[in-house]
Design a binder for this molecule. Structure first.
Ligand code: HEC
Length: 199
């Protein structure tokens, strides 16, 4: 094969390979490029030590979690420690910003069994008027705190970070009633009276 004629720059050595008209030249990457590459390799263990292995709390994930917790604490300072009375649940299920906080607790812990929008999966549909363990709105707190069905519905009293988490996720669950989930599971249990009206 005489491919030498197609060499554009005679100063670069041809390695003698040619395939489908593609020629291989001994044309190394520029020195600065290799140095940047080597530097990035040398930097890796330093980065790993500082942000992942060394002191806890430095990885982006941990910083995010800390920021989130800090933000929640600040928000909770605004409302103090909520009780789990009917009045509190009804009040907070009608405050969209707090329903949002309850919703984020739900998204982090409950979606696997109750579906992303409460339509149900392993657990029952939380959007219809039928409930298995709930007669009044305060029963939601009890079920979430203590669990039911021998742990098929786990107890969350000690698993969620703050007592307000339980109250707000309960208010969120109460707010799901009457919504239209994408894939509703057939109703379970019996139909109960509507939640009381907010004061
Ligand atoms: C591991 C799966 C699982 C997870 C996670 C889970 N649940 Fe459940 N949940 C269930 C099951 C199963 C039932 C129904 C138990 C039964 O059939 O008696 C249930 C029942 C309930 C009920 C009562 C419904 C009714 O009809 O009486 C509520 C309310 C509830 N869950 C809320 C939650 C909330 C809020 C979370 C997140 C903090 C959560 N669940 C997380 C499985 C789960």
């Amino acid at each position: 094969m005489n491919d030498k004629e197609s060499i554009p720059d005679e100063t670069i050595a041809h390695l003698g390979h040619g395939y489908d008209g593609i020629q291989e030249y001994d044309n190394p990457l520029p020195g600065w490029w290799k140095n940047v590459f080597l530097l990035s390799i040398a930097f890796t263990p330093i980065y790993l030590m500082i942000f992942h292995v060394g002191a806890p709390g430095r990885s982006i994930e941990e910083q995010f979690q800390a920021g989130l917790a800090e933000n929640t604490r600040r928000q909770y300072a605004e409302i103090g420690d909520l009780d789990s009375s009917e009045a509190t649940l009804i009040k907070y299920m009608n405050k969209p910003e707090w329903v949002g906080v309850g919703g984020s607790i739900y998204k982090a812990n409950c979606v696997s069994c109750h579906g992303p929008d409460g339509g149900g999966n392993v657990g029952p549909n939380l959007c219809d008027d039928n409930y298995k363990h709930i007669k009044q709105v305060t029963d939601i707190v009890k079920v979430i705190n203590e669990g039911v069905a021998g742990g098929a519905m786990p107890a969350w009293a000690t698993r969620l970070g703050h007592k307000n988490d339980i109250v707000l996720v309960s208010a969120y669950v109460a707010s799901l009633r009457g919504s239209k989930p994408a894939k509703p599971k057939a109703p379970d249990g019996s139909t109960i009276a509507p939640w009381p009206k907010p004061e």
